[in-house]
Design a protein. Structure first.
Length: 249
């Protein structure tokens, strides 16, 4: 059996007396798209915050490739291979698309300030990563445009690219298609589907068509707990899930 790349064991997050994430246990298998769905307020974003280290957990254990990371702050979890795609605000608006990607690629390389040759090597590597990503993101045509000038769909693909640039193990995507038109949704779906070749993806997505099309595994949350887990067909046919999402699947 394949070992999970990321594992949450009995993770609980309380805000005061309110339990937003309640004793969640989750195995994320490598090379999969694992979607977390559930009604508003179910605890999906809080779970992402807990796993990525944006918020400390109240109790439980989080392991990446078997190594405990629950005690680590977010930036140290990034070094262990977790990357979160943030919204448009994380782009550098006055830099070109290529420069944004190059910076994101450099951000993860150790600083080589005391060895100029190693620094050149790391810059060259960052440029190569950026150029490779431009193709994968279908942003070649706008590589020299400022990121502020991109369409909404292009900006959202660039955000995903910024997460990919650090060559992480697991990428967290929080509603990557929100506010998009149908063409951009298609592009984003293709992009996420392709991510499985090199990364593992944790996805929060409200659009059920997308979730059912591109997920390998789905976790359904309700009131901070897991309501159901399984492959798209199992989730689609799960009576409890159908009741929770009546009419939307
Ligand atoms: P949505 O789909 O609407 O984004 P969600 O499933 O991501 O919802 P969360 O944002 O994780 O849900 O919120 C879960 C619950 O935790 C909600 O009731 C929310 O009000 C509460 N909550 C979230 N953040 C905080 C906070 N910082 N302090 C107190 N309560 C919070």
């Amino acid at each position: 059996m394949t070992a999970p790349i990321l594992k949450a064991v009995n993770v609980t997050k309380r805000y005061g007396t309110f339990t937003a994430v309640n004793n969640i246990t989750l195995d994320i298998l490598p090379g999969t798209v694992h979607s977390v769905i559930g009604p508003n307020g179910a605890g999906k974003t809080t779970l992402f915050h807990a796993l990525t280290g944006s918020t400390p957990i109240t109790s439980g254990s989080i392991l990446i490739e078997g190594e405990e990371i629950a005690h680590l702050p977010g930036f140290k979890r990034v070094r262990k291979g977790l990357a979160r795609s943030f919204q448009v605000t994380s782009l550098f608006p006055n830099l070109t698309v290529r420069e944004n990607l190059r910076l994101a690629a450099q951000g993860t390389r150790p600083t080589q300030a005391f060895n100029p040759w190693r620094r050149v090597e790391s810059l060259t590597m960052a440029c190569d990563i950026a150029d490779d990503l431009l193709g994968k993101l279908n942003l070649h045509g706008v590589a020299q445009r400022l990121s502020a000038e991109l369409s909404h769909g292009q900006q959202r693909r660039l955000e995903v690219g910024m997460a990919m640039a650090g060559q992480p193990k697991v990428i967290f995507l929080d509603e990557p298609t929100s506010g998009m038109g149908i063409d951009d949704i298609g592009e984003m779906k293709r992009l996420i589907h392709g991510l499985r070749d090199n990364y593992t993806v944790l996805l929060i997505e409200h659009n059920m068509d997308i979730v059912m099309d591109i997920s390998d595994q789905i976790t359904v949350m309700q009131q901070g707990q897991i309501l159901a887990q399984g492959k798209p067909d199992e989730i689609r046919n799960d009576e409890r899930v159908r009741r929770a999402y009546l009419g939307s699947m």
